[in-house]
Ligand binder design. Structure first.
Ligand code: MN
Ligand code: MN
Length: 463
């Protein structure tokens, strides 16, 4: 019992020797770089694919059959991906899956985004995921994404990330004239239709043209990217914070950056599976899209992607593939739903139950359930599986704590856990506690990031 008490109250920093402290900090240097470069779901899957190939993984469809130690990956539409390292045990014994999500809250451009008003050219946006809209004004924004032209040609854009690039922004109202705005509720003070991004201010020379600033932007897009105004209809352009991830604090103990929900899980799960040589049970890292809007679509966790991936593995491993065999594999699988949770914010302790709130720097968080108002929407892991994971973490030196997403009836949230559980597998929510989740600059402790990695690595080795 004494050990468990320690786990809940002592900082990870105090529990590591000098060497492991250095290892943890170095691990987070790579993580910070990743956060600064992969800011969209497509960029994240591109990053994962590149790292997979560099580390001996090959496309699943290159394999006729599979043997222990084989490293494979599969992706769909550039937005969802799975990696596997084949284990020594037969697939029917089940897989060890760590599942994270690659999408993050942001501002998407509307299909007809460009207009001119008050001498400025602007883009209309429709926010994606649960954002506090007031956080997205008066900050530098970068544009990432693709424009697919009528003939199918794909134009990839990243503007606002490198030195010398321009950035974009949404102008807020000055305090001098904000009397009415300041009296509104925070949820209404900035409306969705006010999230309009300033993209240009110079007019074209021709005086007879009606919207001369808008025209200048259209000409710029045509000249520099070969993109026409109507091409926005078939585009996915996302406005994201233009800043890189940074160390936070005099002691550099934390990382601040955009998209740590859920790229903290993505990076740690990736590094954990790259470490697997020939595991006992087949190890799978799953990276899903669309979690922030309900996991819908053919790249979200509600889709058949995971089942199809496991079927593709089974088809290459089993002497006789059958639906029954597939069901047996899925229902004997163990999974971690890797996602972030809320850390206790010292300025807002009242939204948490202090006896069940995770603290930054105190380890990776095990959440038996998520959900809201009576656990609604939760997967709620079985006590037996929670015991399995905590026992494993204790044996492997993974510092962990328990957590609950806020006080009962204060709010709540969900992850992909319940969608994985539908296939019969045991699933537990495990992840990094954040401050300012879903904000343009989320805060995580380096110690928790490192412990997430260590935890996922241990999970992959578990039998
Ligand atoms: Mn998440
Ligand atoms: Mn989220």
């Amino acid at each position: 019992m004494e050990k468990e008490k320690d786990t809940a109250t002592r900082h990870v920093w105090e529990r590591l020797d000098e060497e492991e402290r250095r290892t943890a900090l170095a691990f987070c240097d790579g993580y910070r770089e990743f956060l600064s470069t992969a800011k969209t779901e497509r960029e994240t899957v591109d990053f994962l694919t590149e790292r997979a190939r560099k580390n001996g993984f090959a496309p699943l469809h290159d394999f006729g059959g599979l043997k222990p130690g084989d490293r494979v990956f599969l992706s769909a539409r550039g937005k969802i991906m799975a990696m596997a390292v084949m284990g020594r045990e037969p697939l029917e014994q089940g897989l060890n899956i760590v599942g994270a999500h690659v999408d993050a809250p942001r501002l998407d451009l509307k299909p007809r985004p460009l207009y001119e008003e008050a001498g400025l050219a602007l883009f209309k946006t429709h926010y994606y995921g649960g954002v506090k809209k007031y956080q997205w004004v008066a900050i530098p924004l970068a544009l990432h994404g693709v424009v697919v032209k009528g003939d199918g040609q794909v134009v990839s854009l990243v503007i606002g990330e490198i030195e010398g690039d321009p950035v974009f922004t949404i102008a807020d109202l000055l305090p001098h004239l904000a009397k009415d705005q300041m009296e509104k509720k925070m949820s209404e003070a900035i409306t969705g239709e006010a999230l309009n991004i300033i993209v240009g201010g110079f007019p074209v020379a021709e005086r007879e043209v009606k919207e001369r600033v808008k025209k200048a932007v259209i000409e710029h897009l045509a000249q520099n990217y070969g993109v026409r105004e109507e091409d926005f209809v078939s585009a996915e352009l996302e406005a994201v914070p233009a800043w890189p991830a940074r160390d936070i604090g005099f002691d550099r103990s934390m990382i601040g950056g955009y998209g740590q929900d859920d790229r903290s899980s993505v990076y740690t799960a990736l590094q954990a599976i790259l470490q697997q040589d020939v595991p006992r049970r087949t190890a799978v890292a799953l990276f899903a899209d669309k979690e922030e809007i309900g996991s819908a679509g053919n790249t979200g966790m509600q889709s058949v992607f995971l089942v199809n991936f496991v079927a593709e593995l089974a088809g290459r491993c089993l002497p006789q593939y059958s639906d029954l065999a597939l069901r047996r594999i899925l229902s004997s699988t163990r999974a971690i739903s890797a996602d972030v949770t809320a850390g206790l914010n010292p300025s807002y302790p009242d939204v948490m139950d202090k006896y069940n709130a995770p603290l930054l720097g105190h380890g990776v968080v095990i959440s038996k359930y998520t959900g809201a108002r009576g656990k609604s929407g939760a997967s709620d892991a079985h006590a037996e599986f929670v015991a399995f994971v905590r026992g494993l973490f204790d044996r492997e030196g993974v510092v962990w704590q328990t957590g609950e997403l806020g006080k009962v009836d204060q709010g709540g949230g969900g992850t992909i856990a319940y969608l994985m559980a539908q296939h019969g597998m045991d699933v537990l929510d495990v992840g990094v506690p954040l401050l300012g989740m879903h904000s343009p600059f989320e805060v995580a402790s380096k110690m928790d990031i490192y412990m997430a990695y260590k935890g996922f690595r241990a999970f992959y080795r578990s039998v």
